[in-house]
Design a protein around this ligand. Structure first.
Ligand code: APR
Length: 229
């Protein structure tokens, strides 16, 4: 059974109006990573961190999946083999487009986490440190996202998928953050054919067998069409 493993990054959601991190004027040009995307930043100022994620959650709540997300959902539905999306994104646009096999390795904006008891629940639109945990009642609520210095989710499951991949695609990521940036090497080592679909060359472009450059809403539907033809 052939298996397509697809890594997605912020670039696939750019045309849905959600900002990327490292493009001109991106999120890391507006906010310091150490303030809003590290455990130390959260310990120092939890309100600042919650404000940052509350704003992104509000924005993501009104964003619509674009032609790239929709094409990947069609691929999962119509492809004869297995299709798995491993996303670095914390928005839920893959699910909104209809994809069901989606692993959020950096967590999700729509999930809240109690760092007291480990309980996860659907995040309210606005949350703060004092939002009581529905399980233990503690006021130890954090965004259920993976910060720099923390271990991404689903790493064991992702390793199994990469080992079984016949095709590995990377869509809309600058390839600057590990371990995701190394997935292409892992998939290649197991014999997968690799393709990068991105607006422009990334840090890891030369690791791929083939590359398709352009906006995701153009290159992803074309790529999916070529797989289903
Ligand atoms: N279509 C396709 N690709 C695009 C588009 C588009 N319309 N717009 C931008 N891109 C590409 C950019 O060229 C860039 O290579 O998307 C990539 C976005 O890169 P980053 O902003 O670095 O985002 P990403 O690679 O997802 O970041 C990875 O870093 O900060 C952490 O946790 C955060 O998950 C994030 C991780």
């Amino acid at each position: 059974m052939s298996k397509i493993v697809i890594l997605t990054g912020a670039g696939i959601s750019a045309e849905s109006g959600l900002g990327t991190f490292r493009d001109e004027g991106g999120l890391w040009a507006q906010h310091r990573i150490e303030d809003v995307a590290t455990p130390e930043g959260f310990a120092r100022d939890p309100d600042l961190v919650h404000d940052f994620y509350n704003a992104r959650r509000q924005q993501a709540a009104t964003a619509q999946p674009n032609a790239a997300h929709i094409a990947l959902a069609r691929l999962e539905r119509d492809y004869a083999g297995d299709v798995v999306i491993v996303t670095q994104n914390v928005d839920s646009l893959h699910e909104a487009a209809g994809s069901t096999a989606v692993l959020h390795m950096h967590g999700r904006l729509n999930s809240a986490l109690c760092y007291g008891c480990g309980h996860r629940w659907d995040a309210p639109p606005e949350m703060g440190l004092g939002t009581p945990c529905p399980a233990c009642g503690a006021a130890k609520t954090r965004p259920d996202v993976v910060w720099f210095g923390e271990i991404p989710y689903f790493m064991e499951e992702i390793a199994h998928h990469l080992a079984a991949a016949t095709v590995f695609a990377s869509i809309g990521t600058s390839g600057q953050v590990y371990p995701a940036a190394n997935f292409v090497q892992e998939a290649r080592a197991f014999g997968a054919a690799t393709v990068e679909l991105n607006l422009e060359p990334s840090e890891i472009s030369r690791a791929f067998d083939t590359r398709r450059f352009g906006p995701a809403t153009e290159v992803v539907p074309d790529w999916v069409h070529s797989l289903l033809a």
